[in-house]
Design a protein around this ligand. Sequence first.
Ligand SMILES: [Zn+2]
Length: 209
Amino acid sequence: MARKLDSINGEAPGGAVKAISNAEAERAFRTILQWIGEDPDRDGLRETPNRLVRSFREYFAGYDEDPEQVLNKTFTEVEGYDEMIVLRGVTFESHCEHHVAPIIGRVWVGYIPDRRVVGISKLARVVEIFSRRLQIQERLTAQIANAVENALKPKGVAVVVKAAHHCMISRGVHKRGSDLVTSRMLGVFRDQPMTRSEFLSLVNADTIE
Ligand SMILES: [Zn+2]
């Protein structure tokens, strides 16, 4: 998978990323199938390593994209609009970096512009790019907020993420029905309790079931 070094998740990498071919990745999946006790040559499994490679490319497509570029390319200057803009409850699928298990959830992104605004679809795109990397929810939350902050320089940014972690559901402690909630508040959302609670009431209104 071709990757820009500066877009790798987490901390700056210490060395170059080795390019791994699809064929090498398929062989690795084949090895894992054998390791669990399967016969990778039986009919139902013959195409599975290849399918897994294609699935992984999709799950982890976010390494090749730069969210700030998505925002930078498209912002427009608008004088005077200074109301809260909120992307409500956009769904995402990510994978935890500890178990490569799915993290399934929703994200609320709010900001109060300072001249620059972007289309709401670009915010959704940013959520998607960061989700399609190995993640921990806390970092996903911070990355979304920081990207909006850096690209738009708004008066404030708020991000809330609510998600279920399959590493808790299908393995380990086997707990269903519990969500992890994380948030990051910057600028006026951090400094002004009224602004923050206006945003949080939108989030809570969306999640009453
Ligand atoms: Zn996990």
